[in-house]
Design a protein around this ligand. Structure first.
Ligand code: A3P
Length: 325
């Protein structure tokens, strides 16, 4: 009976844990725990539709990331690299009139939005290679992404800057109009962040899921760091182009094609574009919320040493798993 009561109490504990994992809020937005990650309630149907219906093709390229790790930047770079022949005249580049998120849609936000039953998006007319993005962790991705030859580009960012970036972004969403970020709000969300309770978290599971796949098969997953991209953009662009099967030619490397793409996709340049200053692609926030400072180490302007210590403990856990920044 001892063992039985122990099992019962373990069950109760688990149930308690599941109960605890219900109805969390992240800056006012409800989250639920779903297949190992914290899913925003507002996209739960779209997420399931994506998981159920998406059929990856061998030529697809999927950009994966946690929010606030450089997704917008990578969307601009990836689109520009793949389509560089079509838009060799930079002044005519779509980035001048279309926000990066519209150039590469998110599968669990835009692609499967408003899908009911058999009413699915026609993805067959998209020019090849099809470019998509997702914030979903690796494990719950649709099987066809894992088993086809499609490629995944993953970008991560150090959690200190990731958290601070997040704290600046979410108060700008329409639901939070007028919210002033203060130390109490930061402390409250730091606690959640460190427990993994934020959209698509936990952080460690997300990063390690893709990192482990990239270690197993570097032709399948290209693992990039925001900080590395900042430091050595040219090398990273070459790796990106090679990975997606359109390496820069010797002439391109000698000319200024790579530099032009870096310049066009820089935060300074994107921030200045009218579409990013005044447009609104997603219904919940204005495009300009996506562009803030784009710096490495900005966390030190916001986090006290004790706050930083809590996030550094996460970095320690990553180290134990074999990953360090
Ligand atoms: P900060 O808040 O630290 O400035 P995401 O695109 O995944 O939402 O990430 C947003 C972060 O990337 C923000 O970081 C934002 O300023 C930064 N960012 C946006 N465009 C960028 C670019 N072209 N180059 C570098 N960083 C960029």
């Amino acid at each position: 009976t001892d063992t039985k009561s122990q099992v019962q109490s373990e069950d109760e504990f688990k149930q308690g844990e599941i109960a605890l994992q219900k109805d969390q809020l992240w800056f006012g937005y409800p989250l639920h725990f779903y297949q190992g990650f914290w899913c925003l309630n507002m996209i739960s149907d779209i997420t399931i539709s994506f998981q159920t219906n998406f059929q990856a093709q061998d030529t697809d390229v999927i950009l994966a990331s946690l929010p606030k790790t450089g997704t917008t930047w990578l969307k601009s770079l990836l689109f520009s690299i793949v389509n560089r022949k079509k838009y060799s005249d930079v002044s005519q580049h779509p980035l001048h009139s279309i926000t990066p998120h519209e150039l590469i849609d998110h599968l669990e936000f835009e692609v499967y939005k408003n899908c009911h039953g058999n009413d699915l998006p026609d993805l067959t007319k998209i020019p090849l290679p099809r470019l998509f993005a997702t914030h979903m962790p690796y494990l719950p991705l649709p099987e066809s992404i894992k088993t086809s030859k499609c490629r995944i580009i993953y970008v991560c960012r150090n959690p200190l800057d990731n958290f601070v970036s997040s704290c600046h972004f979410w108060p700008k969403l329409d639901l939070n109009k007028g919210m002033k970020l203060d130390v109490n709000i930061m402390e409250e969300h730091l606690d959640k962040y460190c427990k993994g309770i934020f959209p698509f978290g936990p952080y460690e599971d997300h990063l390690l899921g893709y990192w482990k796949e990239s270690m197993k098969n570097s032709n399948k997953v290209l693992f990039l760091e925001y900080e590395g991209l900042k430091k050595e953009p040219k090398d990273h662009l070459k790796r990106l182009a090679e990975f997606v099967g359109c390496p820069f030619s010797k002439e391109e490397e000698k000319g200024n094609v790579i530099d032009e793409i870096i310049e066009l996709c820089s935060i300074k340049s994107l921030k200045e574009m009218e579409i990013n200053k005044r447009g609104k692609y997603y219904e919940w926030f204005e495009n300009k919320a996506l562009f803030r400072k784009g710096e490495v180490g900005d966390w030190s302007n916001y986090l006290t040493p004790s706050m930083a210590k809590r996030i550094e403990e996460m970095q320690e856990r990553l180290k134990e798993a074999g990953f360090s920044f």
